[in-house]
Write a protein that binds this ligand. Structure first.
Ligand code: ATP
Ligand code: MG
Length: 342
């Protein structure tokens, strides 16, 4: 059966609540595209090997992610919220695809390399499950035979691997998979409040969508700005200054942002004013999201229904793909019967 609408597959690991980086890098696009595409939004709970000693956090985060999705306006009626492990066919497809992924290709994946280095530095060591997570992600994308994958910039190497495997599979075993296109959000890689690394749930440098107004204020007021500037009357730098990056990303009042930048460079505005205006802009963005989150938090059955319905849709789509894959690989043994003696 060919799906009537083109498909999107994208996902998030259940390792914590979602933050502004997810919003500007990915979620905004998802909300916009969900009317045009049939969307599979995945909660990737097979890909949390670095949290294997904290399953309680994973369990709680599955619900956090679902709540955040509902809060930003993803619609579980038209789209599918899929918990990865409710579709164990993902694991089967990963095994088959891993046959066609050279070890060296995986070792050279720059995102994986950087993340593995971080795990090692943290003295956690790298679980085998972590090393193979990009192959799992390839299986996630190919499973519903997605055409488009809206993600943050760090995911691009994984999508390139997906395209290579899809091409190879189609060439060697017959056309089964579309070659998916990536789509990076408005802010490809939002920096964290530390001004150093990518904003990430794992690095304690995030402003969460569910943070209350006071928490947002505290986090923004504590942000690094221009380290070369000691007094408000010193000329400041706007480029590379995380507070101005956030203004660009989240303050819709372009004239206000331009005015602040102009005064900052001249040394005519203090950090406190720049930050106070940023707090207001972020809280304006988050207010309706907080309101919708509270609505669903008070109605857990609605969240559960969304996850049950989405899991079933994911499972049904996976059955079709997995049987096509077994046929293409000629692993449908009983249907084919015993081969002639060779
Ligand atoms: P973790 O630290 O547990 O890996 P994470 O914050 O990196 O969490 P993921 O679940 O790995 O979140 O990523 C989900 C999606 O959000 C991906 O498409 C990713 O590219 C995007 N994303 C995550 N952080 C950012 C960011 N700071 N800027 C832009 N996009 C981001
Ligand atoms: Mg990540």
């Amino acid at each position: 059966m060919t799906p009537s609408r083109r498909r999107i597959l994208t996902g998030i690991r259940p390792t914590g609540p979602l933050h502004l980086g997810h919003y500007a890098g990915a979620l905004e696009n998802w909300v916009r595209l969900q009317k045009e595409y049939e969307c599979f939004f995945l909660i990737a709970d097979y890909q949390v090997s670095d949290y294997a000693d904290d399953i309680d956090r994973v369990r709680a985060s599955v619900w956090e992610v679902a709540l955040d999705w509902l809060a930003v306006g993803l619609d579980p009626e038209g789209s599918h919220f899929v918990i990865e492990s409710m579709v164990p066919q993902h694991a089967e497809l990963m095994v088959h695809l891993s046959w066609f992924m050279p070890l060296g290709r995986l070792q050279r994946n720059p995102t994986l390399k950087a993340e593995m280095a971080d795990l090692d530095v943290g003295k956690k060591g790298v679980p085998v499950g972590f090393f193979i997570y990009p192959v799992m992600q390839v299986a996630n994308i190919l499973m519903p035979r997605a055409h488009l994958v809206p993600v943050g910039e760090d995911q691009l190497p994984h999508i390139e691997m997906t395209r290579e495997i899809a091409r190879k599979f189609n060439r060697d075993f017959g056309e089964v998979f579309p070659e998916p296109e990536p789509l990076v959000g408005r802010v490809p890689r939002l920096v964290g409040t530390d001004g150093q690394a990518k904003m990430s749930k794992s690095l304690d440098n995030a402003i969460y969508l569910k943070d209350d107004a006071e928490t947002v204020r505290r986090k923004v007021m504590g942000m690094y700005t221009d380290p070369t500037r000691l007094r408000a009357t010193d000329p400041g730098h706007v480029e590379g200054n995380p507070v101005f990056m956030y203004h660009d990303a989240f303050n819709p009042d372009a004239a206000e942002v331009a005015g602040l930048k102009e005064r900052y460079v001249r040394g005519a505005v203090g950090d406190v004013e720049v930050k106070t205006k940023l707090v207001a802009a972020i809280n304006n963005l988050l207010d309706p999201i907080r309101e919708r989150r509270a609505y669903f938090e008070a109605r857990p059955q609605l969240v559960k229904d969304a996850l049950a319905k989405g899991g079933k849709a994911g499972f049904d789509a996976a059955e079709e793909t997995i049987s096509a894959v077994r046929k293409a690989l000629r692993l449908d043994y009983l249907d084919r019967g015993m081969p002639e003696a060779r």
